[in-house]
Design a binder for this molecule. Structure first.
Ligand code: CMC
Length: 427
């Protein structure tokens, strides 16, 4: 691409520099556009807008490529661990063994919640959605950990990041135990990050909980696959909230709220509910027809992606993991047949081919999580748990950026022009 772009506004020509990243599309730097032309750009949904400079994650949606700090997601999912990927996302490089051990110990030592926080849970209805609990409890961390809310101090920022990564499994497990009326379990430091989470979620104080290594590995992979995804809606929310100088716990709570929606992290829950609603393979054509019908708002959940227009590399690993888990647990459930058949039918249907709609990460994650024993309401919670590391890495990157400013988009105003107020008796 050229190193500058010309724009003609109101008969005058303006030059804007074009900047190149290490890979990926160039960007036209239009920061001076408004000052020079008096015009804004209009890009609802940010389909053509690079909101920031970042060195964390790269996606090529056409080629189905996802890299964290340069490493392909399939290599990380197959060969790394969630703790190592967390270190990588936060610090930029893979750790050596001693550094990884130290990082893992640091995270492990932060897994307990302030004891008083347990009482918060009792204020929620038993049937509260665990995402509602997560939003509240994570936001409330800022009321307990004052010594890590000074965002100008890099040490405090790192302590807050470690705390968030460490405490999310505890908070998530407690929201599940609360919903089923079982006592909370304290973390056990001898277990891995993921093994500890499984025990806190499914264990009870009366018995020893045996962590199944196949399930532990699968869960760890699911966490890796969800760890970060560049400037998606929830990450952009975290950055926007953080750009005002808000504390990290409040910012992550904002990210959790955004993730909850069915077009984003809520899709895994919606996908499994859709599979259950379809129920049997013979009903698939009816749902395919609904997805294609312009007058029907129904969409195939777990299909399509804003960025991936070829395949979602996370879905490929997820599908393989689903097969491994189902085999290990010997689970048979008709929804798994519905999922496989639905994928085949959609992948061969011209509507889905033409619109480049492929299964995304959430299509198979629900199948695995359901086989492990998680209720659908916990699915997005697990996504939030894993994405926390991406959120804190992106938040840290933003705060350390010397060019960082408060995020403040503008608008194309289409409301009434100025008019005089008329008192109620005269209207
Ligand atoms: N089923 C049926 N039609 C679809 C679907 C779908 N799942 N997704 C998109 N389309 C159609 C849509 O109707 C539109 O058709 P037309 O051009 O005729 O109006 C076209 O494809 C483009 O859709 P869009 O909504 O403009 O695309 P987008 O990039 O704004 O939306 C999306 C991306 C993920 C929100 C959307 O594909 C969707 O709603 N999928 C279902 C929800 C889902 O699985 N979300 C999880 C995303 S992956 C996890 C994450 O990162 O959060």
């Amino acid at each position: 691409m050229a190193d500058s772009a010309k724009l003609s506004v109101g008969g005058k020509e303006f030059d804007y520099s074009v900047r190149s990243g290490s890979v990926g599309p160039d960007v036209i730097d239009i920061r001076k556009l408004y000052a020079q032309t008096g015009a804004f750009t209009f890009d609802p949904g940010f389909t053509s807008t690079a909101s920031c400079e970042s060195a964390i994650t790269y996606i090529d949606g056409d080629e189905g490529i996802l890299l964290h700090r340069g490493y392909p997601i399939d290599q990380l999912a197959e060969q790394s661990s969630f703790m190592e990927v967390s270190y990588l996302l936060l610090n930029g490089e893979l750790p050596d063994k001693a550094t990884l051990d130290k990082f893992t110990t640091t995270i492990t030592r932060h897994t307990m919640l302030h004891e008083q926080m347990a009482t918060f849970y009792r204020g929620f209805r038993r049937d509260a959605h665990p995402m509602a609990i997560m939003c509240g409890v994570v936001g409330a961390l800022s009321a307990f950990y004052h010594d890590s809310t000074d965002i100008t101090d890099p040490h405090q920022r790192m302590v807050a990041s470690h705390r968030l990564i460490a405490k999310m499994p505890t908070i998530a497990a407690m929201s599940y135990q609360y919903s089923v009326g079982r006592p909370f379990l304290y973390p056990r430091n001898s277990l891995s990050y993921t093994g500890n989470f499984l025990r806190m979620t499914f264990g009870n104080p009366a018995e020893e909980y045996e962590v199944n290594p196949v399930v532990e590995k699968a869960m760890d992979k699911i966490f890796i696959l969800h760890a970060d995804h560049e400037q998606n809606a929830s990450t952009s929310t975290v950055r926007l909230a953080g750009s005002s100088g808000a504390n990290p716990f409040a910012c992550i709570a904002a990210g959790i709220a955004c993730l909850w929606g069915p077009a984003h992290g809520g899709a895994n829950e919606a996908a499994l509910e859709m599979l259950r609603e379809i129920g049997t393979v013979d009903r698939i054509p009816e749902y395919i027809a609904r997805a294609k019908n312009k007058d029907d708002p129904f969409r195939l959940m777990g299909f399509g992606h804003r960025v991936y227009k070829n395949f979602d590399p996370r879905a490929t690993v997820m599908k393989k993991t689903a097969d491994e888990v189902l085999k290990e647990l010997g689970v048979t459930d008709p929804i798994f047949d519905v999922a496989r058949e639905l994928e085949q039918i959609a992948l061969n249907d011209p509507y889905f081919i033409d619109k480049k709609l492929y299964p995304n990460v959430d299509f198979y994650s629900g199948v695995i999580l359901s086989a492990i024993g998680f209720p659908t309401t916990m699915f997005t919670v697990l996504f939030a748990l894993a994405r926390t590391v991406g959120w804190v890495a992106q938040w840290n990157e933003m705060i350390s950026d010397p060019e960082q400013k408060i995020g403040r988009p503008r608008q194309l105003y289409t409301g009434p022009v100025q008019r005089d107020y008329v008192p109620v008796g005269k209207r």
